[in-house]
Design a protein around this ligand. Structure first.
Ligand code: ZN
Length: 245
């Protein structure tokens, strides 16, 4: 690799590490969940940590995976079972540069109720569009699965359910959020959790007025210019907290 290429890859790996730490500090992931980034030089490959708690990920833990979700270096450390979420979304969404999968708690209720969808109720959540689709794994894995996206077949079904959306809920499991940068994917993952919490609270108070699809689009356009503001704050908070423990 030339110096430039290797610096590009190193800086992508650093962003993946920072994303892991931010997502933990913001309460999106706990011991579980993962975030990946499309490889900056080999666009059908992606970067994802080995199987471990996101808060503990270091640069040495970030591995390269191929288009089928296999680690490029065979015989390495254990990898996430659900890596096919990432590989299959990258396969059908060339616009997607980063993927966050989490079990963030306020979102899960919206994956299991009928008649209520996760929709944008405030400007920060405009990326949810009309409503987040819900993936029903039972349609593909039967009624006895462990709900995990364990293979490429299930990953492809999830990717189809995501379609062109920014977020897809996974029934009884969690959600997966995508972005055209890793910072945008992290921003959306944080605000998917915030939006779910706000929507639950609003619904307890009375009928909810949601953003129109036009408002959702306009707010997304505005927010897309502000992502670094949140990222830099969240990164500082995550580093401060890590140093304090
Ligand atoms: Zn999961």
């Amino acid at each position: 690799m030339s110096d430039n290429t290797s610096e590009t890859v190193s800086s992508a790996i650093r962003e993946v590490v920072d994303a892991n730490h931010i997502l933990f500090d913001q309460g999106v992931v706990d011991g579980f969940g993962h975030v990946s980034m499309r490889h900056p030089i080999k666009p059908n490959h992606f970067l994802l940590a080995r199987s471990m708690a996101p808060a503990l990920v270091t640069e040495a833990d970030v591995l390269e995976f191929d288009a089928d979700g296999a680690p490029v270096e065979a015989g390495g450390p254990a990898v996430y079972l659900e890596r096919f979420i990432h590989s299959e979304i990258y396969r059908i969404r060339p616009d997607v540069v980063a993927v966050v999968h989490s079990h963030s708690p306020a979102v899960v209720p919206f994956s299991v109720v009928s008649g209520t969808k996760l929709r944008p109720i405030c400007h920060m959540c405009g990326f949810l569009g009309a409503a987040a689709p819900v993936f029903e794994i039972r349609d593909f894995a039967g009624s006895g699965s462990d709900l995990l996206i364990r293979d490429a077949h299930l990953g492809a079904a999830l990717a189809q359910s995501l379609g062109q959306s920014a977020a897809v809920l996974m029934r009884g499991h969690g959600s997966t959020v995508v972005g055209n940068t890793i910072r945008q994917a992290v921003f959306r993952a944080v605000y998917t959790e915030v939006g779910a919490r706000l929507q639950s609270e609003a619904m307890r108070l009375g009928p909810v007025t949601y953003l129109t699809e036009e408002e959702a689009e306009a707010t997304t356009t505005t927010n897309n210019t502000q992502i670094d503001r949140a990222w830099l704050l969240w990164l500082k908070a995550a580093r401060n907290r890590a140093m304090a423990t």
